[in-house]
Design a protein around this ligand. Structure first.
Ligand SMILES: C[S@@+](CC[C@H](N)C(=O)[O-])C[C@H]1O[C@@H](n2cnc3c(N)ncnc32)[C@H](O)[C@@H]1O
Length: 331
């Protein structure tokens, strides 16, 4: 008989997410190993029985272990769910799904073709924390890209770097480490994080819409579009891509980092393999005017402008980065 298990898995996924969110919010992973009563005391939960309930679900998901009396962390929760760990994902647990209201209103969003103003405002308000949560990973990706650019003879480490939607400033920090000048563009309320990170350095910042602010054209050795195109509607994404190319000096490189979703019409199997990327594209749909970026679209935009991807690198697993030039370049 056909089992309803796949449907229950999806329904229960909602509760499992909120159990994890709650555990992070309570700081439960910060007080292990401990009994339910000790955890209740440390996290301000009124009844230890509620801690037990939460902990049982987390244990079922492989995030806690128990000897029957005390709860302890698993290797996964110790590495990714404690706030002091360098690999912490606690910020991502909170913010990666975007504004929670966007999911409850997704049917309305799809009918209207756009999320409500309230949901988009909530996303804007979330950006400072979201970019802080991803800064460590993006710094690692950017350092890998800087090394690749040099090895491939695409950049000497000294020419101007322009980052459109620079977020935390992690990309600029990596690419200007050897003294290159930089320009970071982002929304005014997001820029303070990058300003703090790069205070006193060689980077200038411009607050505003990356499609509208004034930036000197044809000066940059490297232009970065990292995790911004997927949140833009097709016309703005293509315009932003074109603007980025226009900023390149002779021999410059456009760096496009994103989580690419499978191309339109791709087989269901391909979607199953890329479930994380499809989920992220739907996450964009829930709170932005974008619906993710495909590598097919990127190739079409390149072809229309005489540009081409000279290499695709993945310096950190699942972090795919296109290196694009206008006039060729080494592989
Ligand atoms: C997902 S974050 C990526 C941040 C950074 N590029 C990275 O990879 O770490 C998207 C960034 O784009 C910025 N952004 C969104 N819309 C923008 C706009 N119209 N103009 C400038 N920046 C924008 C957000 O504030 C946020 O910092």
């Amino acid at each position: 008989m056909t089992s309803p298990a796949p449907v229950w898995d999806l329904i229960n996924g909602y509760a499992a997410y909120w159990a994890l969110h709650t555990a992070v919010e309570l700081g439960l992973f910060e007080h292990l190993p401990a009994t339910s009563a000790e955890l209740a005391g440390a996290t301000g939960v009124a009844d230890p029985a509620d801690v037990t309930l939460l902990a049982q679900l987390l244990a079922a998901k492989g995030l806690l272990e128990t000897d029957g009396e005390r709860w302890s962390a698993t290797p996964v929760s110790e590495r990714f769910l404690t706030s002091e760990s360098p690999a912490t994902m606690t910020g991502l647990v909170r913010h990666s799904p975007g504004p929670k209201a966007g999911w409850a209103a997704l049917a309305d969003t799809l009918r209207a073709g756009r999320p409500s103003v309230e949901i988009r405002d909530a996303l804007d308000a979330l950006y400072p924390e979201l970019v802080a949560a991803t800064a460590a990973t993006q710094g690692a990706v950017a350092r890998g890209v800087a090394a690749e650019l040099r090895t491939r003879g695409l950049w000497d480490g000294s020419r101007l770097v322009v980052d459109l939607g620079c977020g935390s400033g992690a990309w600029l920090e990596a690419l200007t480490a050897d003294g290159a000048g930089g320009i970071g563009v982002d929304l005014a309320h997001v820029l303070p994080g990058a300003l703090n990170r790069l205070a006193g350095g060689t980077v200038a910042f411009i607050a505003g819409d990356y499609l509208e602010v004034t930036i000197p054209p044809r000066r940059a050795g490297v232009v970065i579009l990292a995790h911004v195109l997927r949140a833009e509607p097709a016309d703005r994404a293509e315009a932003l891509f074109g603007r980025a190319l226009d900023l390149l000096a002779e021999g410059g490189v456009l760096v496009v980092a994103d989580y690419f979703r499978p191309a339109d019409g791709a087989l269901t199997q391909a979607c199953a393999d890329a479930v994380h990327d499809v989920t992220l594209a739907l996450t964009m749909r829930a709170s932005t005017l974008g619906r993710g970026l495909t590598e097919t679209a990127l190739a079409d935009w390149c072809a229309a402008r005489g540009a081409r991807t000279v290499a695709v690198v993945e310096p950190v697993p699942r972090q795919r980065v296109h290196l694009i030039t206008l006039s060729g370049g080494s592989q």
